[in-house]
Design a protein around this ligand. Structure first.
Ligand code: ZN
Length: 509
């Protein structure tokens, strides 16, 4: 995702009462003395209520029906999970209205709590290490639901879209909503004839009956909940195949107006860009590719797995291949290897931004070194930019421009320190080392030290963890801005900045 201003980031604070309520519920029936409730959060300090404890989901089967005219979503979610503790009760994260829950076939009681918790009490307590099937029947109007005062469901004139970070699932399916719990997906959505339902992965089949068309999508590799997406609307769909043989499916709202040409001229290059990225990051990890542009009024883009979400406004000033590079780079850095906690956002955004710098170099519009020199020289020491620590920015600054630009600057400093051979070996090796899993910033430092054979603690501390501008000697030591005269703005600079969201652009000078 491109950066947002801190003010634009929704703030979430866990109500003190929620923790107190959780501890009150420790009254356990005698028959289940060893069983206790799963935690209402997975343990992420940035977002204490996100995800849940006590189980791990391996598969989501979502069978849905959506009516664009009324923004009504109804359906059934079947979750396959395995318990990680003896459970008397467990939570899912969800906002729509639940009609029935079954656990291993038996009706379970349920209640809601907090901002987005669905508490499920199975008829029989669950033993640790067992497979559990949870079926949730639900309905609701996603656009009518908010948590913490915001929504990630974007109503459009012809439908709706669920796409946001770090949360979007609550508005369309119940989940363990944290990147630590990845799963495979079957998403089957029925919509009125003439309307399309777009999701991740491969379109397995479609069928029409009595005025409704069903779209069956499959993601056959682990996918984080925030990377699952659903878009319903009237789309033009294009298909193709990359040089390396990956099928591409793109979808464009029929209502993009003047942005339609620029959007297509950018996103139709998805296959070319993915093949180019594979030279740096290794083979593309999934069996499907694409992108979609709904007619939303949003300004951002998001690396939804295999099929990124793009806002029409990303193309308001003409074609923007750089944003395609950014979102596709995330397929390796963010999707294949995901953050272990949201504090690790640099291992997503620093690398997706650096891919844009490499693309600039590829296009002859400024080298990564020139862009790095420009970032360093153009931000004075008292710029609040330098107060943000990309290695642990805090939830309020998770999508701050510094995570991106200072984050990519860190990679140029690393490249200069260890040399191109080791640097590009790391870029290619990392997605394989933690494929389909999660990793931390500390894991990256450790891996870079292993591959380069160098101690890099000082370098990472200087560029990622100090709330101040690295000094001129530190920069010179990392071969950043060595020239006495401030470097000119690289040609690609405006295009790369254009991938920042609209709120950010308003503050560009
Ligand atoms: Zn991004």
């Amino acid at each position: 995702m491109p950066p947002r201003l801190g003010a634009f980031v929704h703030r979430r604070i866990m109500a003190p009462g929620a923790l107190a309520a959780a501890s009150l519920m420790l009254a356990i029936p005698a028959s289940a003395a060893s069983h206790s409730p799963g935690a209402p959060g997975i343990g992420d300090p940035y977002y204490p209520a996100y995800g849940n404890g006590g189980y791990d989901v391996s598969h989501y089967d979502l069978r849905l029906k959506y009516q664009p005219a009324t923004d009504t979503l109804e359906g059934t979610a079947a979750l396959l999970a395995r318990t990680t503790q003896d459970l008397s009760r467990f939570n899912l994260d969800f906002l729509l209205d639940v009609g029935e829950v079954r656990v291993n076939g038996a009706k379970a009681s349920f209640a809601t709590s907090g901002e987005h918790e669905l508490e499920i009490t199975p008829k029989t307590p669950l033993a640790k290490g067992t497979d559990v099937t949870v079926v949730v029947r639900y309905s609701g109007v996603p656009s009518s639901k908010q948590a913490y005062g915001f929504t990630s469901w974007h109503r459009t004139p012809d439908g709706g879209v669920g796409a946001n970070e770090p949360e979007a699932a609550w508005w369309w399916f119940p989940s363990n909503d944290h990147p630590l719990d990845k799963a495979t997906y079957d998403v089957s959505v029925q919509v009125p004839d003439g309307t399309q339902a777009i999701s991740n992965g491969t379109l397995q089949s479609t069928s029409s009956r009595a005025g409704w068309t069903r779209f069956n999508w499959r993601s056959n590799k682990p996918q984080a909940t925030y990377l699952a997406t659903l878009a319903v609307g009237k789309f033009d769909i294009t298909t193709g195949t990359t040089e390396s043989g990956i099928p591409v499916l793109n979808a464009y709202s029929k209502d993009l107006g003047d942005n339609a040409g620029a959007a297509r001229a950018s996103i139709e290059r998805t296959g070319e860009v993915a093949d180019w990225l594979a030279e740096y990051y290794g083979p593309y990890p999934y069996n499907a590719l694409g992108g979609y542009v709904p007619n939303t009024t949003t300004g951002y883009a998001l690396e939804t797995q295999t099929r990124p979400f793009y806002s029409p406004r990303q193309f308001a000033n003409g074609s923007n291949v750089s944003v395609v590079v950014h979102e596709l780079a995330h397929q390796w850095y963010g999707d294949l290897v995901s953050v272990a906690g949201w504090k690790d956002i640099w291992i997503n955004e620093g690398f997706a931004r650096y891919a844009q710098w490499l693309w600039s170099e590829h296009e002859g519009e400024g080298t990564a070194q020139e862009i790095a020199d420009h970032v360093y020289a153009s931000r004075p020491a008292d710029d609040p930019f330098w107060a943000v620590k990309p290695g642990d920015p805090g939830p309020e600054n998770q999508f701050h421009i510094a995570v991106y630009d200072r984050g990519a600057l860190t990679l140029q400093a690393l490249r200069n320190e260890i040399g191109d051979d080791a640097f590009f070996a790391i870029l290619k090796g990392w997605p394989q080392k933690f494929a389909h899993g999660n990793a931390t910033v500390a894991d990256f430092q450790k891996y870079a030290e292993e591959v380069s054979g160098q101690s890099l603690g000082t370098l990472f501390d200087t560029w990622l963890f100090q709330p101040s501008k690295p000094t001129a000697p530190a920069a010179r030591a990392a071969s950043i801005a060595k020239v006495a005269v401030a470097p000119a703005q690289p040609k690609s600079w405006k295009k790369i900045a254009a991938t920042n969201n609209v709120h950010e652009q308003e503050h560009e000078h």
